[in-house]
Design a protein around this ligand. Structure first.
Ligand code: BGC
Length: 368
């Protein structure tokens, strides 16, 4: 099977007539599974996700998509699922329980990108590969990382602000959780576009805080605090995701500022798209989670079958130690009122019916 795949790959890349010995193949093969001897033939997969209360995606998309994809590809598979509900110690226990019950491949979206390194080491010590799902785990023992280009997510948010601000605007930054490597990348991407504007005196960044656990109520309280401090003289709210944007909008509404302050988001949630259609939020970032889940399933299948993974994990991402992790990064997409129909609705990520629910007919020229 593996040899056939390599043959296909070689003929695809026009290298079929080159003489490449079996030694090369053995090496490529063992690189994939090096130290992860439990992976081949594995039929017990653990899926560990980080939270449910602050973000709808995990139970609404990630979990069902991963479970359905794995069952379709590997009919005999046993899947154990656990959600850490924003608690790193809980996630550690869930991981240990899964390993004790014989999980031989682990898909892990960490609550805490650093703390989860301990789980990865434990898994590796027993020959189990961990796929870092969506958030990068800071561990040199990681097998793979599957995500979106998260710096790019922040860039898209920052670019949208850069195209819509007015000179002298005051900007509040409501970032995600500092224990989430993604939240740091989102902020860095956004700042790469915003700091030059601040340096030129075009905008004024008056508030810049991480939000523990991505907690939506904390985001609202922080926005209220920023508004009070600035005597409501705020024109832009950079908000890292739609869940927090929705509560930031509530804080703005209480001051009759919703629809006047520019608000960003991420995830293309139903509530986020509704806020865009009503004009309370300017943009969101759409990340097609089905593609992220499918890529993860493809990797698991390759591991189980002992196949080459290099055509799936086509790139490398450096962790904090500079160690390169075989990775796959998908592309995020900016969504505004203008392209809701052509992106998230066209893809079936959200339906027109659900985003128009409760909105007056004719909203944004879209709702029936
Ligand atoms: C994910 C976002 C999500 C956030 C809060 C991030 O790591 O990439 O899609 O909104 O966590 O759960």
């Amino acid at each position: 099977m593996f040899v056939k795949k390599v043959g296909q790959l070689l003929s695809m890349s026009g290298l079929a007539c080159m003489s490449i010995g079996m030694g090369w193949m053995t090496q490529a093969y063992s690189q994939t599974l090096d130290g992860f001897e439990k992976a081949k033939g594995c039929n017990n997969i653990a899926i560990l996700l980080p939270e449910s209360d602050s973000s709808a995606r995990y139970e609404a998309y990630d979990r069902p998509l991963l479970e359905a994809g794995l069952k379709a590809a590997l009919p005999e598979v046993t899947i154990s699922y656990a959600n850490a509900n924003n608690n790193a110690a809980t996630q550690q226990n869930q991981a240990e329980a899964a390993l004790a019950k014989g999980a031989c491949i682990m898909i892990l979206d960490p609550k805490d990108s650093d703390a989860a390194g301990a789980i990865v080491s434990q898994a590796k010590a027993s020959g189990v590969p961990v796929i870092s799902y969506d958030r990068l785990i800071q561990s040199d023992d990681l097998a793979f990382y599957v995500s979106f280009d998260n710096f790019k997510v922040g860039e898209l948010q920052g670019e949208w602000i850069a195209s819509n601000y007015q000179k002298g605007d005051k900007l509040v930054m409501i970032n995600g959780s500092q224990t989430d490597n993604n939240a740091i990348l989102f902020r860095e991407g956004a700042i790469s576009k915003l700091q030059p504007l601040a340096d030129q005196g075009e905008i004024d960044i008056v508030y810049d805080q991480y939000t523990p656990d991505w907690n939506n109520a904390t985001a609202q309280a922080n926005m209220e605090g920023a508004l009070t401090k600035e005597k409501n003289d705020v024109q832009i709210a950079y908000v890292a995701n739609d869940g927090m944007a929705n509560s930031v909008i509530a804080a703005l509404r209480a001051q009759q500022l919703n629809g006047k302050v520019l608000v960003t988001g991420q995830d293309a949630t139903v509530a986020g798209i509704q806020n865009i259609l009503t004009g309370d939020q300017g943009m969101t970032v759409y990340k097609p989670i089905p593609a992220e889940a499918q890529a993860t399933v493809d990797l698991v299948v390759a591991l189980v079958k002992g196949e080459d993974t290099s055509k799936i994990a086509t790139t490398r991402v450096k962790n904090r130690n500079g160690v390169e992790i075989p990775s796959l990064l998908l592309s995020p997409v900016t969504v505004t009122k203008d392209n809701v129909a052509d992106t998230v609705i066209k893809d079936g990520f959200v339906s027109l019916e659900e985003v128009c629910k409760g909105l007056p007919s004719g909203t944004a020229g879209l709702c029936p």
